[in-house]
Design a protein around this ligand. Sequence first.
Ligand code: FES
Length: 123
Amino acid sequence: MDKAKLQSTAKKLFIEQSKRHVFLCIGESCCSRDVGEVAWEALKKELKDRNLSLSDSDASCYRTKVGCLRVCSDGPILVVYPEGHWYAEMTAEKIPEFVERQIVKGEAIPEWIFASNSLTSPT
Ligand code: FES
């Protein structure tokens, strides 16, 4: 392991400054490829335009595109940590409101959430 290289990469990605981590599934078992890709591009754009990606802002957010979160329906499925809220049908049209309410204001959007688990430490 090249720890120095990895630490340099982590620094560039603001991994240690991020306040939240969003995983967006664009797998074809929960949404069409087009719907998923458009949602992912909308998430990237919204976070970038608000300076929330690769930043140390109070609402900075790391984002990860994934191929399956094992729910496999009503996608795109999105989960955000540390809250652990699971969102369904996160199409591109919903992304700006999601970023404004959940990421910027820290408010859940109950009508879009189907499960919650903040993964608190077992110890
Ligand atoms: S393909 Fe999206 S949750 Fe499985």
